[in-house]
Design a protein around this ligand. Structure first.
Ligand code: AMP
Length: 181
């Protein structure tokens, strides 16, 4: 089972991705985690990724595509995976040739995402979580990632999930759709 999760930052993708990993027994891979790990490296590309993340910008498509695709060649992803944060642009989606089974769009409003992210900011400061970066990422989502919804809808892969429910209800909704289409 190959699943892609799409949603605003704060939509609960990683929470749901990890629940799905446990439930389905397939690995969870978040492109943001890959880049956060790269950002800790003391190399030129580490510094570049660090600055890109801190600014709330996207890593260029060609770089992102080759990095994520290389990850997916690892044997642990052979039997399927849950992808969070990739593809995130139309260019990435078109370049991504894997046979995806389902794409879940976990829908939350900008206001709800803001509310959750402000709470997260107050609790645990992540290097790429400044209010300016969050604002930029929400705007980037609308501009660069929303077109993916139509792209995957046209391929009849897109399933919309109401992300403004309890964690458990969202998980149940996703599982229901996996079982019953
Ligand atoms: P995330 O944890 O998914 O919000 O990702 C954190 C940051 O990593 C993003 O703000 C981007 O700078 C970068 N990133 C993650 N996934 C992608 C992607 N598919 N394309 C470009 N940049 C990405």
């Amino acid at each position: 089972m190959k699943i892609v999760l799409i949603g605003l930052q704060g939509s609960g993708k990683s929470t749901q991705g990890n629940l799905l990993r446990q439930k389905l027994g397939v690995p969870y891979l978040a492109s943001g985690d890959i880049f956060r790990k790269m950002a800790m490296e003391e190399s030129t590309s580490g510094k570049y990724v660090r600055e890109t993340l801190a600014a709330g910008q996207l890593v260029p498509d060609d770089k992102t595509i080759s990095i994520v695709e290389e990850y997916l060649t690892k044997p642990e992803y052979e039997g399927g995976y849950i992808l969070d944060g990739f593809p995130r642009t139309l260019v990435q989606a078109q370049a991504f040739k894997e046979m995806i089974d389902k794409v879940f769009y976990i829908r939350v409003s900008d206001a709800e995402a803001w509310k959750r992210l402000k709470l997260r900011l107050a609790k645990q400061k992540r290097a790429d979580d400044s209010p300016e970066a969050i604002k930029r990422r929400i705007a980037l989502f609308h501009k660069m990632t929303e077109p993916l919804l139509d792209y995957y809808r046209a391929k009849q892969l897109l399933i919309e999930i109401n992300g403004e429910q309890t964690i458990d209800k969202i998980h149940q909704d996703i599982i229901f759709k996996i079982k019953h289409g």
